[in-house]
Design a protein around this ligand. Structure first.
Ligand code: C5P
Length: 317
C-alpha cells in the first residue's frame, strides 16, 4: 500500500456568517426545516492549522477555547475523517493534528463550528494532496456534515435553500459594516431554537408557506445600500431566540436607540448583528453598546468576505 507521508503545515482562514434573511418553512420528514436563507460571510475569522501526526487530535486556543469540545465530537475532526475516507484506493493517509484559533463566538448563530469544519476540509485536502477531490465533491462532503458548511467554503453573500446546504451566490457589489454583540456565556442550541419556533407557530395555528427569498432584499444587495438592506432584514427564528433568551430584546432595543440602521439575531442566535452605515458609525455603536450593556463581546466586522482560504500551503511532500 502506498502511503502519502507528508510533512509540513497547512493553515486556512475561515470566516463566520450572519443571515440577512432566514425564512423557515415547514418541518420536513427528516427532522430539518425547509429554508430560504441569505448567508453573508463577515470578517471574524477562525484559523485552522493541520499537520501530519501519529494520532488524530484537535487543540483549541483563543477567547472561546474553553467552550469547544476537543473529543471525537469536534466537527473539524469529524470533517477530517470524512475527507480521509474519500482517499483513492491503495493510499494510506496519516492522521492529523488540528489546531483551531477560535475567534468566532461559540454556539452563537455564526456557524463557528461549521466554519472550522469547512477550513479543515480545505486544509486537509491540501496537506494530503487529494487533488482528485474537486470543489463539487468537497461541497457534497460538507453538506453531509452540516447545513451551513457548504456556504463557508464559498463565502461572500449567497442564498441557501433546501436545509441550507444548496448554495447560490448573490450578485452583490460593495460592502456592509456590522457591529456584532455576542452574549458572554450565553449560548443557544440550534435544535432548541427551531423547536421553539415550531412551538410558537403551532400555538398560533399558523399556516407555514414554502420559504422564498425576498426580491427587495436581492435588489438592495445589488447596490449594498445599507438603508435599503436594513429595511429587508428578516429572521423567522428571532422570536424563538428571544423567547429562550429574553435579554436579546434588550440588546436589539439598545442598538436601535444607539443609532444602528437595523439589528437582527443571527441565525439561531444569540449573536445579534447591527447594520451601520460606515466604519465611523461602527466605532460609535460599539463604544455605546459596551458602555450601556447588556454585557457581551462586541466585534466590528465587514461583509461580504471570501470563504475558507489557504494562507499557508504544504511545505514539503
Ligand atoms: O445541519 P446542522 O447540523 O447545522 O443542524 C443542526 C440542527 O438544526 C438540526 O439537527 C435541526 O434540529 C436544526 N435544523 C433544522 N432545519 C435546518 C437546519 C437545521 O431544523 N434547515
Amino acid at each position: 500500500m502506498r502511503s502519502a507521508e507528508l510533512s509540513g503545515v497547512v493553515c486556512c482562514r475561515v470566516p463566520g456568517k450572519i443571515n440577512l434573511e432566514l425564512a423557515v418553512g415547514p418541518l420536513r420528514d427528516d427532522g430539518y426545516h425547509e429554508l430560504s436563507t441569505v448567508f453573508h460571510a463577515v470578517s471574524v475569522y477562525d484559523r485552522i492549522t493541520v499537520q501530519a501526526a501519529t494520532s488524530w487530535s484537535v487543540h483549541v486556543t483563543g477567547p472561546y477555547a474553553d467552550r469547544v469540545p476537543t473529543d471525537d465530537s469536534n466537527l473539524a475532526l469529524v470533517a477530517a475523517k470524512a475527507l480521509a475516507r474519500r482517499r483513492p484506493r491503495g493510499i494510506r493517509l496519516t492522521p492529523v493534528r488540528i489546531d483551531i484559533d477560535k475567534q468566532i463566538p461559540v454556539a452563537g448563530g455564526m456557524a463557528g463550528g461549521s466554519a472550522d469544519a469547512a477550513g479543515t476540509l480545505v486544509a486537509c485536502r491540501e496537506l494530503w494532496g487529494l487533488d482528485h477531490v474537486e470543489n463539487d465533491l468537497l461541497e457534497e462532503i460538507a453538506g453531509s456534515l452540516g447545513s451551513d458548511i457548504p456556504f463557508l467554503l464559498h463565502g461572500g453573500t449567497a442564498i441557501g435553500s433546501g436545509r441550507g446546504e444548496q448554495v447560490t451566490p448573490v450578485l452583490a457589489r460593495g460592502e456592509l459594516h456590522w457591529v456584532l454583540w455576542a452574549g458572554e456565556g450565553l449560548g443557544l442550541s440550534t435544535p432548541a431554537v427551531y423547536a421553539e419556533c415550531d412551538r410558537l407557530r403551532a400555538e398560533r395555528g399558523e399556516e407555514i408557506p414554502p420559504p422564498t427569498p425576498s426580491g427587495e432584499l436581492m435588489q438592495a444587495l445589488r447596490r449594498m445600500d445599507a438603508d435599503a438592506v436594513a429595511g429587508h432584514l428578516r429572521n423567522d427564528l428571532q422570536e424563538a431566540a428571544i423567547s429562550l433568551q429574553p435579554v436579546l430584546a434588550e440588546v436589539l432595543q439598545a442598538g436601535r436607540e444607539l443609532g444602528a440602521r437595523a439589528g437582527i439575531v443571527s441565525g439561531s442566535g444569540p449573536t445579534v448583528a447591527f447594520l451601520v452605515g460606515s466604519q465611523a458609525e461602527a466605532i460609535d455603536l460599539s463604544v455605546g453598546l459596551a458602555a450601556r450593556g447588556p454585557a457581551g463581546d462586541i466585534l466590528r466586522a465587514i461583509g461580504p468576505v471570501p470563504g475558507a482560504q489557504l494562507v499557508q500551503s504544504r511545505a514539503t511532500a
